[in-house]
Ligand binder design. Structure first.
Ligand code: NDP
Length: 288
């Protein structure tokens, strides 16, 4: 894209995006609902638009970094005509269906739409480890790519606009459950006076050593082959989980995070699948 790049939204993430684009030599035009937040960007060299329409008309490429789906629609819908023929990249976190809905709205108004998901915190933008997922209009990706690659590694997931959000949500589902487990362990150990920082160090080592097993689970689920290696069957894992649940409760710690896993394994055992690898629990997660 030639000329200035518009950034709508100057919260923690939008500001990081604007900072990075300026640092990589791009001309930027910014808008934020609360005008005070534009001051440091103006001082650093950005153009400041006082309305969304003005910001939209300034650029061929508009990056949206607002709070949520509702705020995106609230501010983009009134300026649909101003966005016509421009590329809009929505980096706001949304669900896959919200992304698809915005993509359909954009298509109906002649707007070239790409949806994005940011797998990074603001401090990581433009640094190693920052990863951003995109899906939707392939042409929009091709046009925006050189700019997007300055923010972090860019990965295009496909033409279905919901795909970037879907992967975002899947990776976050894993993250929250893993960190839920981390906090469960810290709570258990704190009951005997263990410093949470010490338990956390143990967990970094323990989980770090185990995480490559995820690749084995992926391979088994892909083949739907659940022959259990020693110590990996449903029948082995059920009593292990029962002990962990009992030990948690005996320390006065809730087992709420663990019980659903045990419940699914109990169902597998009750339907004659106790000898299978416990990763076969993935088949229990599909809601019929
Ligand atoms: P902040 O809370 O720091 O900023 C929110 C931004 O959205 C502000 O610019 C705010 O404007 C604006 N906003 C909120 N509601 C409205 C509204 N109704 N109308 C107009 N503008 C509105 O959030 P972040 O910048 O951290 O997050 C922005 C997006 O980035 C979110 O979707 C978030 O999920 C995503 N993201 C953030 C990450 C992070 O670590 N922070 C990581 C990955 C993704 P105002 O200044 O006027 O309040």
């Amino acid at each position: 894209p030639k000329g200035t790049i518009t950034i709508l939204g100057l919260g923690a993430m939008g500001s990081a995006v604007a900072d990075r684009l300026r640092a990589t030599g791009h001309d930027t035009t910014v808008w934020n609902r609360t005008p005070a937040k534009t001051a440091p960007h103006r001082a650093a060299g950005s153009n400041v638009a006082s309305t969304v329409a003005e910001a939209a008309n300034a650029s061929d490429l508009v990056l949206v970094v607002l709070l949520d789906h509702a705020s995106v629609r609230e501010h983009l819908e009134p300026v649909a005509a101003d966005l016509k023929h421009r590329v809009v990249v929505n980096l706001t976190t949304t669900t896959p269906n919200e992304a698809r809905s915005t993509a359909a709205w954009a298509a109906a108004h002649g707007i070239t739409y790409l949806d994005g998901a940011i797998m990074a915190v603001p401090d990581m933008i433009g640094r190693p480890g920052a990863r951003l997922l995109y899906s939707g209009d392939e042409n929009a990706y091709a046009i925006a790519r050189p700019v997007l690659e300055t923010l972090g590694t860019a990965e295009y997931e496909g033409t279905d606009a919901g795909l970037a959000s879907l992967k975002d949500m899947a990776l976050l589902a894993a993250m929250y459950q893993m960190f839920g487990g981390v906090l469960h362990a810290i709570a258990m150990m704190r009951t005997v006076g263990a410093a949470p920082t010490d338990t956390a160090r143990d967990l970094v080592d323990w989980l770090g050593a185990l995480i490559p097993i995820a690749a084995d689970f992926g391979a088994d689920v892909e083949k739907r082959e659940y022959a259990a290696p020693p110590g990996q069957s449903v029948d082995f894992t059920r009593p292990a989980l029962a002990s962990i649940i009992t030990a948690s409760r005996e320390q006065g710690i809730s087992a709420d995070f663990l019980e659903p896993v045990k419940k699914h394994l109990d169902e597998l055992a009750a339907t004659g699948r106790g000898g299978a690898e416990w990763a076969s629990v993935v088949e229990q997660l599909t809601i019929e």
